[in-house]
Design a protein. Structure first.
Length: 364
């Protein structure tokens, strides 16, 4: 075991008036205690969580193909910009604002005169992202943030007396900030309450969901949301039980699987169960279906839509909705096939691997 380390925080610049030569004494600050060379627990990663204050630490983490704690690396940015083709004066809606990675690229490209409306269901991260984008100089005339489900996009546009958007982006699923923060309960690796709600102020937590479901309903959910091959066995072992934290659920999944299952496949099953529960807790596929239904009515003639999906249940829905829109003459053109991230992006950011990008262009 590594010894517990306690080191002094690097000294900030001396205070006081530089002209008088007298530095105001600074309060003595001690670094948090953690075992090992680098902090392992999310809450101890203070350098990553204060990304702007520690650029060298952030560069090292990015170069290692990792995502600094409390941040999110936007996926397929170049490909999305190419299909959305933002231009001056256009109105953009980023339906999944997240960390604002795509938004910060789009906003300058629609100037002068353009505006991006950012939506996100997450009341914890949204104010931080809004503050970050404001600090980059994006004022209310170029960017607004709204906490809402993207299924309600039409209401948001109507409230702003906007007939339609010129570009619409949806980057589905959860952000790395949500995934990596143990308090949100999405992580299979970190102990936290079994919550998984993008909006913790609404709906049932994953723990309540598992406790309240019959084995049959849980089995269906595991199949439909994650194609889990051991759905029946796992549902019989988990349904009706109260799991107070993420690691307890992970252990129960591991123990319930047949002995013949390899360690690698056990980890895969744990990930799939977490994904299936997350999708159910947040009613992600219901929101996506409702969004895809109203989408053609939210885009101006000639407007562009880009949707980034991360599993087959999402991609299938987007593909079918775009094909139906093309048949009905609502869309003039759609992606013939999904666009995948480049090998170098996957190497740099393994979280990009499952991504599929589809686009549609509204008829004139
Ligand atoms: C993959 S992240 C987006 C990352 C973002 N593109 C960026 O570059 O930082 C997905 C975001 O969508 C939000 N989200 C997921 N489903 C949503 C829904 N139905 N309505 C609104 N926001 C949603 C999540 O809270 C999360 O912040």
């Amino acid at each position: 075991m590594n010894a517990i380390k306690e080191t002094l925080m690097p000294l900030p610049p001396a205070g006081g008036d530089p002209g008088d030569g007298v530095a105001t004494p600074l309060p003595h600050q001690r670094r948090k205690r953690y075992s090992g060379k680098n902090p392992r627990r999310f809450e101890d990663k203070y350098k990553e969580l204060d990304a702007t204050g520690h650029p060298e630490t952030i560069s090292k983490i990015l170069a290692a193909g990792k995502t600094p704690a409390g941040t999110h690396r936007p996926i397929m940015v170049a490909e999305i910009l190419q299909v959305l083709n933002p231009g001056a004066g256009e109105l953009a809606v980023d339906c999944t604002l997240g960390y604002g990675g795509h938004a910060r690229e789009i906003i300058p490209r629609i100037q002068p005169g353009g505006k991006l409306i950012g939506l996100d269901a997450d009341p914890v991260e949204l104010p931080k992202t809004e503050a970050r984008l404001r600090a980059l100089g994006f004022g209310p005339e170029t960017f607004s943030a709204h906490r809402c489900n993207f299924a309600g996009i039409r209401k948001i546009l109507a409230a702003g007396r906007i007939a339609g958007a010129d570009l619409i982006l949806a980057d589905l699923g959860v952000s790395s900030m949500q995934l990596d923060n143990p308090l949100r309960g999405f992580s299979v690796k970190r102990e936290g309450p079994l919550d998984m709600r993008m909006n913790p102020q609404r709906g049932l937590s994953a723990a309540a969901l598992v406790q309240g479901l019959s084995p049959l309903k849980l089995e269906r959910l595991l199949r439909e949301n994650a194609d889990e091959p051991h759905a029946g066995t796992l549902a019989a072992a988990l349904a009706g039980h109260g799991f107070s934290n993420t690691l307890l659920l992970g252990d129960a999944i591991r123990r319930a699987l047949p002995k013949s299952v390899s360690e690698e496949d056990r980890v895969r099953s744990i990930r799939r169960v977490f994904q299936a529960l997350r999708i159910a807790v947040n009613e992600e596929l219901v929101a996506l279906d409702n969004f895809l239904r109203v989408l053609p009515g939210c885009v101006n003639p000639g407007g562009r839509i880009a949707i980034l999906t991360f599993h087959s249940g999402e991609d299938r829905r987007v593909k079918k909705a775009f094909e139906a829109g093309l048949r009905d003459g609502l869309y003039a053109d759609i992606a013939p096939d999904p666009i995948r991230p480049s090998p170098s992006e996957i190497y740099d950011n393994p979280r990009a691997k499952p991504a599929k990008l589809r686009w549609a262009r509204r008829a004139l």
